[in-house]
Design a protein around this ligand. Structure first.
Ligand SMILES: Cc1cc2nc3c(=O)[nH]c(=O)nc-3n(C[C@H](O)[C@H](O)[C@H](O)COP(=O)(O)OP(=O)(O)OC[C@H]3O[C@@H](n4cnc5c(N)ncnc54)[C@H](O)[C@@H]3O)c2cc1C
Length: 411
């Protein structure tokens, strides 16, 4: 018997592959339904992978582990499994979705396979403790009311992100007791809380599109640069590029290194070009109130805060009252929106966990524990988190596939 703890995407994949290999398989899931987080993926649209797949899209302390896993099982295997279970796929700019753009359809295909292959599905049981008996080589998986026995175990419990969908970190204590170590968990792909007197109020729902990068106090870039829409929620910034950047911030916050977001809403314009655009606008309509000068350049909700932050407070004054030095400053700041980061938002709004079980203790080829034979890992429970764009679900499929295959063919 192989017992899979956790009925998320990695557990579903592991169960299906192990059952295809002829193993007797059981899933124990703490929630009343399987795959709750999968259903929420990309607002229910199910961006399940990305054609631009390699280890550079992952946050981990062990990049070579990720590379070995993805080399062993990447997009090719995932797509052939999906074809086998009847899932039709759509590609948007390298992001892969079910053709219907419904994550529910992925779940439906899996559940049919599990039922067809007699996988036992036990819902509403949380495993609190994994005990391994060396004498009879059996695992005892203890929940509040029942203990399950199993020859092999695949831990597919996720991390701590979005606990409302099930992953609440309840198994980590037991894994540590078994001898595994935990890289401290932090919320990833999550909104960022900023410290700013001008933009931290009254901007709910305002948007900026542009590039975002992390900078230190000296203006040196400390992360990859991402492009997309940034949404202001008063003291919080959100949106895909902010989520991407959030994965980088913890290491600096932990070391108390001041860290800033640099947003450039005009990446294809130089500061001089922006200055010329503003001057031209002023020449065309010199008596237009200052705040209307920026209509169509930035979201109107942001214009007062933007100008106030530069010390320009009389927004109804005619545009030609702006001093040349102010115009230069405006052009500079239009390209350089800088916000000090205080922290990230909490687990409830995070999509992935940074940190997890130390992958140095896991065989990359089989995903078996190097400490306890017969114990395997799949998915977010390990110290691997992906960028937004399908990388986290791909990690779940790849690792679920390998763990399911090796647990069911293991001598
Ligand atoms: C809102 C949201 C949107 C997302 N969108 C995307 C996206 O578009 N593309 C993408 O690639 N990724 C996305 N992700 C991330 C992706 O969903 C996760 O990385 C992925 O679900 C992880 O799979 P998993 O199987 O490792 O863990 P989970 O999906 O977290 O599943 C773990 C399961 O284990 C169960 N469990 C936990 N502890 C126990 C226990 N002790 N006993 C029994 N059961 C237990 C949980 O209830 C849960 O069902 C999104 C995440 C969120 C929250």
């Amino acid at each position: 018997m192989i017992t899979i703890i956790g009925g998320g995407p990695s557990g579903l994949m592991a169960a299906m592959i192990a059952s295809w290999n002829g193993a007797e398989v059981r899933i124990v899931e703490r929630k009343g339904k399987l795959g709750k987080k999968l259903l929420a993926a990309s607002n229910g649209r199910g961006n399940f992978s990305n054609l631009k797949l390699d280890e550079t899209h992952y946050f981990t302390n062990d990049t070579s582990f990720v590379k070995k896993v993805l080399d062993r099982c990447g997009i090719f295997q995932t797509l052939s499994v999906f074809e086998e279970i009847g899932l039709m796929v759509k590609n948007f700019d390298s992001k892969l979705f079910p053709y219907t753009e419904r994550s529910k359809d992925i779940l439906t295909c899996f559940i049919h396979e599990l039922e067809n292959n007699n996988v036992e599905i036990v819902l509403n049981y949380q495993i609190n403790d994994i005990v391994y008996s060396n004498s009879n080589k059996l695992f005892y998986l203890k929940s509040e009311y029942k203990t399950f026995e199993s020859e092999k175990v695949i831990v597919a419990t996720g991390g701590m992100s979005a606990p409302q969908f099930g992953s609440n970190g309840s198994i980590f204590q037991s894994l540590c007791t078994l001898g595994h170590s935990l890289i401290e968990l932090k919320p990833g792909l999550v909104p960022i809380i900023i410290n700013d007197d001008f933009f931290s109020v009254d901007n709910l729902g305002a948007k900026l599109s542009g590039t975002v990068v992390l900078e230190n106090a000296q203006g040196i870039e400390m992360s990859k640069k991402y492009f997309g829409e940034i949404i202001f929620k008063n003291e919080m910034l959100t949106g895909i590029p902010i989520f991407q950047i959030s994965n980088f911030v913890h290491r600096y916050l932990d070391e108390k290194i001041p860290i800033y977001l640099h947003i450039d809403p005009f990446p294809s314009y130089t500061e001089n070009q922006l200055e010329e655009i503003i001057l031209k606008k002023i020449n065309l309509r010199p008596k237009k109130p200052i705040y209307l000068l920026f209509t169509s350049m930035i979201d109107e909700k942001l214009i007062p805060s933007f100008l106030n932050s530069l010390g320009i407070n009389d927004l109804m004054e005619p545009s030609d009252s702006l001093k040349t030095s102010n115009i230069a400053l405006i052009a500079n700041r239009l390209k350089y929106w800088k916000f000090e980061i205080i922290t990230t938002a909490e687990w409830e709004s995070s999509q992935v966990s940074i940190g997890g079980i130390n992958t140095k203790e896991i065989e990359s080829l089989t995903l078996e524990s190097k400490i306890i034979p017969g114990l395997f890992f799949a998915g977010e429970v390990m110290d691997v988190a992906g960028e937004s764009g399908g990388y986290n679900l791909q990690w779940a499929w790849s690792t679920g596939y390998i763990a399911g295959e090796s647990a069911s063919s293991h001598k």
